[in-house]
Ligand binder design. Structure first.
Ligand code: ARG
Ligand code: ZN
Length: 458
């Protein structure tokens, strides 16, 4: 929704820049959001507001056909603009404000030239019809990302770059939007997405699931996961809990829905109220993927999650999903916070104290490679999910808590969640908020824990 990102990396990328004074005819939108870790991600010149995705998927053939209706607002006079979409998908037609637009696909850029120039600050709508056989991508760290096929459907996890494997969009996390999903699959499969389940209908051996994600969402947090799931949707305590569990999933799924409210209630006390209208989880049987993801409102798990994995993904709903980083190098704001929340939940359960968790992580010898990665920038996209991002990130928060005391520390976490709800924020914003709320100069602490390589002294 809000685009907070300046095109700082544009010069670095040597991409064509929009002149400061656009001609009345408009100029092309930038082909990138300017994130140095993923220079291809996102586009300039507009801001998306809403995606209405209508998808039809056949797991047997792997064929997807889709219609993406995107509402956006121009942020400059636009002669042309880009969307991100993998070239394994073929675009059949594009309209802008109902008129046919010309388009080309070049790599994962879909370049759209509307029949008429789009005026600055005016809303417009784009409809893209496309089809093909989506394929996952491999991330710089070698992990699978995107439309990942399973034995019975799709494990759809899109952090950091998989969203372009299944729908066209402005795929950088600074452009959040609301979503509606209408997904048709064979009647013996279930299609689970983010937000509230609106309805399920069936006709001629096919079932259609509609989902409404009414709070803004970054596209890496969107999911349409498909499989032979047991779907439940009911009120548990104060929450609408919607779960989808693959009967083949390893682990004991008994009481899976009931496990959510205690965690959410506790985090609600610590971080401020839960930011979404529904919750739940998708438990697939996907050992080949191996990782879970905090897909908004409804995390995705490759097996029945442990208590600490459940707490991790639910904590991300505040830290990562509602408050989202501005650049990928700020990923510790997601993973460090979610790891610290795991420690808090284990402490609450009486399994291990936060201090014991910190001590264990801190016990790594000073010459361990681990200490060479500064928390605030893991050094490149291949290190996005390295241990230091998680553990040193969590230790940073514990060090902060030691310096400020509990009252100020939790006030900082609540202010962070409240002031940036549904938005984006970076490490500098966190530091200044921590100093403001605590009234302390925390420069030396953050310098040692966030920016300098080496093991910080206690
Ligand atoms: N954010 C996820 C988590 O820590 C990890 C995602 C990993 N993604 C990947 N492509 N390896 O919960
Ligand atoms: Zn995480």
């Amino acid at each position: 929704m809000k685009r907070l990102l300046a095109l700082t990396a544009a010069a670095f990328l040597a991409l064509p820049l929009t002149p400061a004074t656009a001609s009345p005819a408009g100029t092309p939108g930038a082909p990138s959001a300017g994130d140095p870790y993923f220079p291809g991600q996102g586009n300039g010149g507009y801001d998306t507001r809403h995606y209405d995705l209508t998808l039809d998927y056949d797991p047997a053939s792997g064929r997807l056909s889709g219609r993406a209706a995107i509402s956006a607002q121009a942020t400059q006079a636009l002669s042309r603009f880009n969307l991100d979409l993998a070239d394994t998908l073929t675009v059949r037609s594009v309209t802008v404000d109902g008129r046919p637009a010309s388009f080309t696909q070049s790599g994962s850029e879909l370049v759209v030239t509307p029949a008429r120039t789009l005026h600055d600050r005016r809303g417009f709508s784009v409809v893209v019809r496309y089809d093909g056989t989506p394929a996952h991508v491999l991330d710089p760290d070698g992990s699978m990302d995107g439309w990942i096929k399973t034995g019975d459907g799709v494990y759809n996890a899109n952090e950091p770059q998989g969203a372009l494997t299944w729908y066209p969009g402005n795929h950088h996390m600074t452009d959040k939007a609301t979503y509606r999903f209408t997904v048709t699959v064979p009647a013996d499969r279930v299609a689970v997405a983010n937000g509230d389940l609106v309805r399920r209908t069936s006709k001629g051996g096919r079932a259609t699931y509609e989902w409404n994600a009414r709070e803004p969402m970054a596209s890496y947090l969107a999911t349409v996961s498909i499989g032979t799931f047991d779907l439940t949707d009911r009120r548990v305590g104060r929450y609408r809990v919607t779960t989808a569990v693959d009967p083949q999933a390893r682990g004991d799924a008994t009481g899976f829905a009931e496990r959510h409210p205690p965690v959410l209630d506790y985090f609600g006390e610590l971080f401020g109220r839960y930011p979404y209208s529904s919750t739940g989880g998708i438990v697939d049987n996907a050992p080949e993927v191996g990782y879970a993801l905090e897909t908004q409102t409804r995390p995705l798990y490759p097996r029945v999650p442990s208590e600490s994995l459940l707490a991790h993904e639910l904590a991300h709903q505040w830290f990562g999903d509602s408050v989202t980083p501005t650049l990928w190098r700020d990923i510790w704001l997601n993973e460090g916070f979610a790891t610290y929340a795991e420690w808090l939940w284990a402490d609450k359960l009486g399994t291990r104290t936060v201090q014991a968790a910190f001590d264990e992580a801190y016990a790594r010898p000073a010459d361990d490679e681990f200490w060479q990665t500064p928390t605030a920038d893991p050094g490149g996209p291949e290190n996005l999910f390295h241990d230091p991002v998680y553990d040193r990130g969590a230790m940073t928060l514990h060090a902060l808590r030691g310096a400020t005391g509990d009252a100020a520390f939790f006030a900082i976490l609540r202010a962070w969640a409240r002031e940036h709800r549904y938005g984006n924020a970076d490490t500098a914003a966190f530091i200044s908020l921590a100093e403001r709320v605590s009234g302390k100069d925390l420069g030396a602490l953050f310098d040692a824990w966030l920016f300098k390589p080496g093991k910080p002294a206690l």
